[in-house]
Design a protein around this ligand. Structure first.
Ligand code: SF4
Length: 492
């Protein structure tokens, strides 16, 4: 008789569907003994789980509008200041929730820009409905938000009664923002750290959980690092979890004016990452750079007309250039920059010159890879922003230019182009300008200073034949032919 032998087979698989958290588990099973003397003792299957299980980490965020925040004055908040907010209505909220929440998630974040406990925002019957629905769907955690003044024993009783057996962990998101009372006052938060502490201790006593929101880089802060660190230390004493978010002004929030006045500015990704670095390792803390950062919006859309210093270094243009340099991410597909002049007609693409240039560019196989970047007195204007204020609402009459303003235009524009090129990289840079234009000179100087080769697509010899044309020479067929030829030769 043969000696029994042992075979262990190790199989590694990636399991994306089993309801088991991160980690490794082993599953032993034994094959039935066969007539053959060899006993297959076991096959060891090790399933290496590299992906979090859907029911463990899944999270759904619902952001709803319902009534107005009872405070509505925080300077960074635009949601509460919207003109037409829908009335709180059980049926509408129920319909919205049922449409979004159709399956089980581990966590539901239900945010209503204000206070869930404020019945002028969320009717009592909907508060109960939401909790019951979470229980029915076996959702483990619900995160709702509230200002401290709505956190009262009476208001909490409604939730406690609806969540009788504590099957649902209810977290209150408390927007503390900072532990510095003087800053809370300046950002018009409308409560103090004492109010927050009282609300937090009542929530704890009643069996609720606390998630404190802090804002990094708030205005009026002397030392943003120590202010954030102190706030984290303070919040740790009262919170189950903490969220740190990057301060950014949305819509028409008053904070936007501080950016415009250059007394405060938001942090870009790398500045923010440096600021929050020491808190990253803390498992209790979630950090959000902010996925909702968007381009600047201006309520007042007065046209900016005139070749003046004010219209060259207008704070609105400076803010836009700051956004374009530090926050804007160019589309990945745009690997070639094509610098173009502005046009009198706005948006530029409605002008005859841009229409004609674009019509010809479309014949190129690399058309989609070309990033149109206009140079004008507002700075660099990527094509995708040409319809936004003020790019479609300004005029710089060249005949008003003085030698002094021309000199200033050259310097300011060169600086702006340099800043743009430092933060946005392209495989190749092309230009299609009249050779004697100030914008082209500024571009050439900027590229030279940055040591970046610039390919001019304008045929200087042909240009001589058309330079005195009353209509734009840039739309002349022979010049456009040369533009296309140069681009075709240098792109793939
Ligand atoms: S409490 Fe919240 S919703 Fe109300 S104004 Fe302040 S940030 Fe906006």
């Amino acid at each position: 008789m043969e000696k029994p032998s042992v075979q262990i087979v190790m199989a590694f698989t990636i399991n994306k569907t089993r309801d088991i958290p991160y980690g490794i588990y082993a599953n032993w099973y034994t094959k039935p003994k066969t007539k053959h003397p060899t006993i297959y003792i076991s096959i060891l299957i090790i399933e290496l789980l590299v992906i979090p299980m859907p029911t463990d980490k899944t999270e759904l965020t619902i952001i709803t509008e319902s009534g107005r925040c009872s405070w509505a004055r925080c300077i960074f908040c635009s949601f509460s200041k919207k003109p037409d907010l829908p009335e709180p209505d059980f049926n509408r909220l129920k319909h919205q929730l049922d449409a979004r929440l159709t399956k089980t998630y581990h966590t539901l974040k239900y945010l209503n820009s204000g206070s869930f406990l404020d019945k002028n925002q969320i009717p009592e019957d909907f508060q109960k409905y939401l909790i019951q629905k979470c229980i029915d769907l076996d959702i483990k955690q619900l995160i709702i938000e509230s200002r401290p003044d709505h956190i009262t024993p009476q208001n909490l009783k409604i939730l406690k009664d609806a969540n009788k057996n504590n099957r649902l962990k209810i977290y209150f998101a408390l927007g503390l923002e900072t532990s510095d009372n003087s800053i809370l006052k300046k950002i018009c938060k409308g409560f103090t750290t004492k109010d927050y502490q009282n609300a937090a201790s009542l929530l704890k006593k009643q069996g609720f959980y606390i998630r404190t929101y802090l804002m990094a880089n708030l205005p009026y802060t002397k030392d943003i690092q120590s202010s954030l660190d102190d706030s984290v230390e303070f919040a740790q004493k009262h919170s189950d979890t903490i969220a740190i978010i990057n301060t950014y002004p949305y819509g028409y929030a008053p904070l936007f004016n501080l950016w415009l006045k250059k007394t405060w500015r938001p942090l870009n990704k790398s500045e923010f990452n440096t600021l929050v670095k020491k808190h990253r390792a803390d498992k209790k803390i979630d950090i959000y750079y902010d996925d909702y950062i968007s381009y600047p919006r201006f309520k007042d859309q007065t046209p900016l007309i005139g070749a003046t210093k004010e219209n060259l270094e207008n704070p609105i243009y400076d803010l836009w250039q700051d956004y374009i340099v530090r926050f804007y991410e160019k589309p990945e597909i745009k690997k070639y920059a094509l610098f173009l002049p502005c046009a009198y007609r706005k948006p530029y693409s409605y002008s005859k010159t841009h229409k004609e240039i674009t019509r010809r560019l479309k014949s190129l196989s690399a058309y989609a890879n070309l990033h149109h970047l206009m140079i004008s007195n507002p700075g660099i204007i990527p094509r995708e922003f040409e319809t936004k204020y003020p790019f479609a609402h300004y005029d710089w009459p060249e005949w008003e230019e003085t030698p002094e303003i021309k000199k200033q235009y050259l310097k300011t524009t060169q600086d702006r182009i340099e800043n743009y090129l430092k933060s946005h990289r392209y495989e190749k840079l092309f230009a299609y300008f009249k050779p004697d234009s100030e914008s082209y000179t500024a571009l050439k100087n900027a590229c030279k200073k940055q040591n970046l080769p610039l390919i001019s697509c304008l045929d200087k010899n042909t240009y001589k034949d058309f330079k005195d044309n009353p209509k734009s020479p840039l739309t002349e067929r022979r010049l456009l032919d040369a533009l296309i030829k140069t681009l075709r030769k240098n792109t793939n």
